[in-house]
Ligand binder design. Structure first.
Ligand SMILES: *[C@@H]1O[C@H](CO)[C@@H](O)[C@H](O)[C@H]1NC(C)=O
Ligand SMILES: *[C@@H]1O[C@H](CO)[C@@H](O)[C@H](O)[C@H]1NC(C)=O
Ligand SMILES: *[C@@H]1O[C@H](CO)[C@@H](O)[C@H](O)[C@H]1NC(C)=O
Ligand SMILES: *[C@@H]1O[C@H](CO)[C@@H](O)[C@H](O)[C@H]1NC(C)=O
Ligand SMILES: *[C@@H]1O[C@H](CO)[C@@H](O)[C@H](O)[C@H]1NC(C)=O
Ligand SMILES: *[C@@H]1O[C@H](CO)[C@@H](O)[C@H](O)[C@H]1NC(C)=O
Ligand SMILES: *[C@@H]1O[C@H](CO)[C@@H](O)[C@H](O)[C@H]1NC(C)=O
Ligand SMILES: *[C@@H]1O[C@H](CO)[C@@H](O)[C@H](O)[C@H]1NC(C)=O
Ligand SMILES: CC(=O)N[C@H]1CO[C@H](CO)[C@@H](O)[C@@H]1O
Length: 746
């Protein structure tokens, strides 16, 4: 209240002493996004002047209104960005045609063998002609075109449909027939010295994700000999269009929306977005908004689920029209062995490209190397920054217990020769280190190492270069974000999982190998982990499915990937809340048998049921006087025809009672009969009515319902999971069924 008063006073001042106040006032203004839904047909020319009029009304001054506007969207949806005071933003919310007004926020990136692991060998059956007409759009940090993964030898000109541009600039000289488009959006004009004002990839992230999706086949790729193999994207014939929306400062909402606006208009078929922020209401979430408009134009958007795991409630990018991707492990682990002077060994994880130059190095521990007059916070045992004494570390390998997991940087600073770090948590991904280093799980070492270090002035150790080891897979990796989601609780998110651990792919020559500025090593390929890496795998898998079924809707492709996925092994009660339908199987997804299709109208009726009002939905879809009561849902479905089934109980003592209405479309053989098979845990009843579906021809639809009943979930577990499989002996169409009981709040 007080703030409002103050602001309206400011506004009054503004009217009277215009010039004097303007400068400081402009400084107070922050960028807001004014989102205005679908473009009205035939009004494109008037969009900008309409934005100016709205701004003038809200700000009350024509000149200031013009100065305040940063950008008009209007290629694929309507809206603009302007510097506003909070009360001006409030006023704009009330204007006709405005869906939402929200402050610009900055989001973060969700930082090859993976394709063989997914059952897609190099010689997999392809529709290369059609594949080469598919354009994969990537919203990320840009691209480094001049690397082997984007060599366009043998590629014809871009598909005729392509309307995009190749914008050149700092460190970016042009595109080719592989990377057919490149653009960048930096609306706030953050002129950081670390950012190239062009589509050039200063960070390496965008080059990595782009090449994972659609890089060409490169033999003998490796990172300093580690992880040697053939690097390739999932759809090597497809084209790439990159939209740089992430900068040193992060990825801002307004830049991302500009990327979506452009990419949709340019004619991409898929969008891959390895970026996220806290899940929020769809109408103020730029990724949900962008992906919605993409969906209405037949473009499927895949997004990373986030790296907030294993914490529950951490899943991001949860809109039902988005394909939300978790990260799973592959069957190859990068391990780094340390050997001690007493003959013992410890095996940890890291990507250590350094080969030892000596047989052994002097060894000490954080405790022994503590700087007693140090002023650093934290513990010397964990080798926390500022707690160690330089002269006791120099030239030595330091043994650290606990701490931040970034000890290699600290020890390098102090002139150390390496570090062996023991961590309490599960370690299931490897990260590049700036000096020889390995991260060991506490459970795999004992006190004898510390006793050895204490027992002699001549303690020694060596850290070997990283090697690979075959391991069982897939598992859900610990960092991958988990549900339950809170925005639309009855839709299971993430949708599925794909490899996101230790992925070898192309890298930018502008970025340092470890991403640290002090590091001046550059690599052509790099190994990265994150749901950022799993997202482009799914984008490519979707493009692969489309190359066999060019007419399928985004939801049909998504359904095919979900119902053919391999369930992830349940390792705890949150596995399903973190991996959805399971790990993608792209080859199987080409022949799903049945699909759960969802048309634009179904999404709209879903929004109606979720309580979005007629006015806002009308603007969103560009229909005047829209009324939810007029929208037809798929016959036989009530709500959204989602390929997974999920409810969250309101309270812990609720009985389980739910009905899911679904409709499947036959895309397998003309005449077929599918039988329902359910797997049910104790204390849950699942009835499928009818439990047999007869099809006499292709594209026929059949509806059924799934009735869930059960007593309250009284034990400690907060989930009950079942599954439904429609089986015609040639296809298995699988949906997870998950009931979640709210966790007790302590
Ligand atoms: C691209 O690939 C072709 C054929 O494999 C090769 O001859 C050429 O040297 C490559 N170009 C670059 C820039 O690597
Ligand atoms: C950004 O910085 C560069 C180099 O310092 C300068 O040439 C350019 O004009 C700056 N751009 C803006 C918009 O300030
Ligand atoms: C320790 O690891 C090194 C390198 O892998 C190996 O050569 C050595 O035999 C191992 N020693 C023991 C005791 O396992
Ligand atoms: C110990 O810490 C103090 C305070 O930060 C610092 O001045 C001193 O140089 C450190 N000593 C060594 C040997 O690193
Ligand atoms: C090793 O020595 C340090 C420093 O004196 C001591 O704090 C630690 O408890 C010792 N560790 C073992 C296992 O004896
Ligand atoms: C799920 O939680 C219950 C109760 O805490 C426990 O008994 C069960 O083992 C858990 N399931 C898994 C797979 O961890
Ligand atoms: C729809 O919701 C917006 C706010 O989200 C509100 O301003 C508007 O008055 C509502 N319209 C109707 C018809 O309820
Ligand atoms: C929507 O349609 C229903 C049924 O026709 C009608 O009762 C209701 O008043 C309409 N709502 C609006 C906002 O026009
Ligand atoms: C790798 C590379 O080409 N970097 C260039 C980027 O642009 C700066 C400034 O023009 C050059 O100094 C770098 O060599």
């Amino acid at each position: 209240m007080l703030q409002n008063l103050l602001l309206s006073q400011l506004l009054l001042l503004l009217l009277f002493c215009h010039l004097a106040v303007q400068a400081s006032d402009q400084h107070e203004r922050k960028p807001y996004i004014v989102y205005m839904g679908e473009l009205q047909a035939g009004t494109t020319y008037a969009v900008e002047s309409h934005h100016h009029n709205l701004l003038e009304t809200a700000i009350g001054n024509k000149q200031l209104a013009r100065q305040s506007k940063i950008h008009s969207y209007g290629k694929s949806f309507n809206g603009f960005v302007a510097r506003l005071l909070p009360d001006e933003a409030e006023r704009l919310k009330e204007e006709d045609g405005v869906v939402s007004v929200f402050p610009n926020r900055v989001r973060q990136l969700h930082t090859t063998r993976s394709w063989d692991f997914l059952g897609m060998p190099l010689k997999v059956k392809r529709n290369s002609m059609i594949e080469s007409h598919i354009i994969v759009g990537v919203l990320d940090t840009g691209i480094w075109v001049d690397c082997p993964s984007f060599n366009d030898t043998g590629y014809g000109p871009p598909p005729r449909r392509w309307k995009g541009k190749c914008v050149t600039g700092a460190n970016f000289t042009g595109c080719n027939n592989k990377v057919i488009g490149a653009n960048y959006f930096n609306l706030e004009d953050s002129n950081s010295t670390y950012d190239s004002m062009s589509p050039a990839d200063d960070a390496g992230h965008g080059t990595h994700t782009s090449s994972t999706a659609a890089g060409v086949v490169v033999e003998g790729a490796s990172l300093y000999g580690v992880g040697k193999g053939t690097a390739r994207g999932g759809v090597p014939s497809a084209r790439l269009a990159v939209y740089k929306v992430c900068w040193t400062s992060g990825c801002s909402d307004m830049d991302m929306l500009a990327g979506f606006d452009q990419a949709i208009a340019d004619g991409v078929n898929f969008l891959s977005v390895s970026i996220g922020g806290p899940a929020q209401d769809f109408l103020t979430d730029p990724i949900a908004i962008g992906a919605f408009h993409a969906m209405t134009r037949g473009i499927l958007t895949s997004c990373s689920a986030g790296n907030g795991g294993p914490r529950p409630l951490s899943v991001e990018n949860v809109a039902p029209w988005i394909l939300t991707v978790a990260a799973s492990t592959t069957d190859r682990q990068f391990i780094t062995v340390a050997a001690f002077g007493d003959g013992k060994n410890a095996t940890g994880m890291s990507i250590n490209i350094f080969s030892p130059k000596k047989k052994m190095y002097p060894l000490t521990s954080g405790l022994l190397a503590a700087n007693l007059s140090g002023d650093g916070y934290g513990s010397p045992r964990g080798c926390d920054y500022g707690t160690l004494s330089k002269d006791k570390v120099k030239g030595r390998i330091v043994y650290c217990v606990g701490g931040t997991g970034t000890q290699d940087l600290t020890i390098k600073d102090l002139g150390g020769a390496g570090t062996i770090v023991v961590l309490e948590e599960d370690i299931d991904a490897s990260f590049s280190t700036v000096i020889p280093a390995t991260f060991v799980e506490a459970s795999s070492v004992d006190e004898t190492i510390e006793i050895y270090i204490n027992s002699t002035k001549n303690a020694k150790a060596v850290i070997y270069k990283t090697t690979t080891k075959d391991v069982p897979a897939p598992f859900l990796v610990s960092f991958s974000s988990r549900g339950p989601q809170t925005v639309t609780p009855n839709i299971l998110k993430p949708d599925l999982a794909a490899p996101g651990v230790d992925i070898l792919a192309a890298y930018s020559n502008l970025a340092s190998f470890t991403g640290y500025r002090e590091d001046n090593r550059h690599v052509v390929f790099n190994i990265l982990s994150g749901t950022s890496m799993s997202c482009p795998h799914v984008t490519a898998a979707a493009a692969y499915v489309k190359s066999f079924h060019p007419d399928w809707s985004p939801a049909a492709i998504k359904s095919a990937l979900m119902t053919t996925a391999t369930p992830i092994k349940i390792s705890d009660n949150f596995t399903l809340l973190g991996s959805g339908s399971g790990q993608i199987d792209p080859v199987k997804a080409v022949h799903p048998g049945l699909i759960y299709d969802i048309g634009v109208d179904s999404y709209i009726s879903f929004l109606c049921k979720e309580g979005f009002n007629n006015t806002n939905i009308g603007i969103l879809i560009g229909v005047k006087n829209f009324n939810c009561t007029t929208i037809k849902t798929e016959p036989g479905t009530d709500g959204i025809n989602y390929p997974s089934m999920h409810i969250q109980l309101i309270s812990a003592t609720d009985r389980i009672s739910a009905v899911f209405y679904r409709t499947v479309t036959n895309v397998g053989f003309g005449s077929s009969t599918y039988k329902a098979k359910v797997t049910v845990p104790e204390g849950l009843s699942v009835k499928v009515i009818p439990d047999t579906l007869h099809f006499s021809q292709l594209h026929q639809k059949r509806s059924f319902k799934v009735v869930l009943k059960g007593p309250p979930i009284l034990d400690e577990a907060f989930v009950k999971f079942a599954s439904l499989e429609w089986d015609d002996s040639k296809h298995t169409v699988r949906s997870p069924i998950l009931v979640y009981k709210p966790m007790p709040v302590y």
